[in-house]
Design a binder for this molecule. Structure first.
Ligand SMILES: Cc1cc2nc3c(=O)[nH]c(=O)nc-3n(C[C@H](O)[C@H](O)[C@H](O)COP(=O)(O)OP(=O)(O)OC[C@H]3O[C@@H](n4cnc5c(N)ncnc54)[C@H](O)[C@@H]3O)c2cc1C
Length: 334
């Protein structure tokens, strides 16, 4: 079987997200596993020239470009239309891959519906099936079980961040092809993003970060949350929180990890003053390594932690931060 993959990327200010690089790497591997085919990167937006240059060395065969003033802000309808035009350029069978970020979660089902294609979200593994088509795996029941979805072609998949290895490529010289957007449907017109407000400054995106440090109600007061932020800073980590912290107004909802917050899968998760309620655990069970700091040795978080520190987070966090900054030769952030 041969397979043609289209990777719809997620970029901000001309920089490809890490999860987009994961999707590109997986598409390259998939084409090899399928026994041949081509990988195309789909760039959708406005003023994309810098991104085109950035993706040229990604070892793909084609770059499709829909660069249009109407695509300055994200609109799922308009993006789906652009992606449909790209899929039409590829010989069947086609698999469309995109990161399972806010963009991917909104775009994948809409694109799947427009293509009449199977759509699988939060994918963690893709293998060509002995029956033809693909076997696509995703975690269900809060990560307790893995569902395998057998999909005939075509298929649209959003890939869960931090689930696929990023492999550097040997370069290549892809063709760059402009694709016509065509007339947008009425409901896609007049929709625009007025303003993007960053709540995280230069810290990594929570769902993509390799390390996440989270704080819970055990930190006692909002002003103590800085201890979590200081450790995150020296580790180059993203900052998360339990829902109790969000409900108390200490941090915005974008920080919340768990069933009704963000589902994450970092290499290292450090939970500070978090009890380990099931709704929180649902968001972190796919972390590679979990470290818990809690003053109650019987706290449920210790049941799933790989390493536990039973003690007061208010004294352990500054000590850990000092140790990490010393080992990295960094100034102690205060
Ligand atoms: C429908 C529903 C959805 C939910 N969704 C989510 C979700 O997405 N994410 C989420 O997190 N929660 C969610 N919750 C809430 C969840 O049930 C818990 O209430 C919440 O996770 C508790 O947050 P916490 O661990 O910070 O606080 P607590 O449960 O109050 O735990 C605080 C912990 O800190 C420890 N501690 C106290 N002092 C210290 C100290 N000085 N040093 C170290 N440790 C200390 C305590 O021993 C305790 O274990 C949801 C609940 C419902 C009903």
């Amino acid at each position: 079987m041969t397979l043609n993959c289209l990777v719809i990327t997620d970029q901000r200010s001309g920089v490809l997200s890490a999860s987009s690089l994961e999707a590109i790497s997986e598409a390259r591997r998939l084409v090899v596993k399928a026994g041949g085919g081509a990988v195309a990167i789909g760039l959708i937006g406005s003023g994309l020239s810098p991104v085109v240059e950035a993706v040229k060395g990604q070892g793909v065969q084609r770059i499709f470009l829909v660069d249009h003033a109407d695509l300055k802000g994200f609109s799922a309808s308009a993006y789906a239309q652009a992606a449909v035009r790209m899929v039409e350029k590829l010989p069947a069978p086609v698999a469309v891959l995109m990161p399972d970020t806010a963009l991917g979660r909104e775009l994948a089902p809409r694109l799947g519906a427009r293509l009449g294609a199977a759509t699988v979200t939060a994918v963690v593994e893709i293998v060509p099936s002995s029956l033809g088509g693909l076997d696509v795996k995703r975690k269900v029941f809060g990560g307790k079980a893995t569902e395998t979805v057998h999909t005939p072609s075509p298929v649209v998949m959003s890939l869960r961040p931090n689930s696929f290895a990023i492999e550097s490529s040997s370069g290549g010289s892809p063709s760059v092809e402009s694709v016509e957007l065509g007339e947008l449907p009425v409901h896609a017109k007049g929709l625009s993003v007025e303003k993007v407000i960053s709540t995280r400054g230069d810290t990594p995106e929570l769902t993509e970060a390799a390390i996440v440090v989270s704080g819970g109600r055990g930190l006692k007061a909002p002003e103590n949350f800085v201890l979590v932020e200081n450790l995150a800073k020296v580790l180059g980590a993203a900052v998360g929180s339990s829902r109790a912290v969000v409900d108390a107004g200490w941090r915005p909802a974008s920080y919340q990890v768990g069933q009704t917050g963000k589902i994450i899968a970092p290499q290292l998760y450090i939970a500070c003053g978090i009890s380990g309620a099931i709704q929180h655990l649902v968001g972190i069970t796919n972390s590679r390594c979990i470290v818990a700091i809690n003053k109650d040795p019987a706290a449920p978080i210790f049941k799933i932690a790989d390493y536990g520190l039973a003690g007061d987070a208010l004294t352990i966090l500054p000590a850990l931060t000092r140790l990490v900054s010393q080992s990295k030769g960094l100034p102690d952030p205060r």
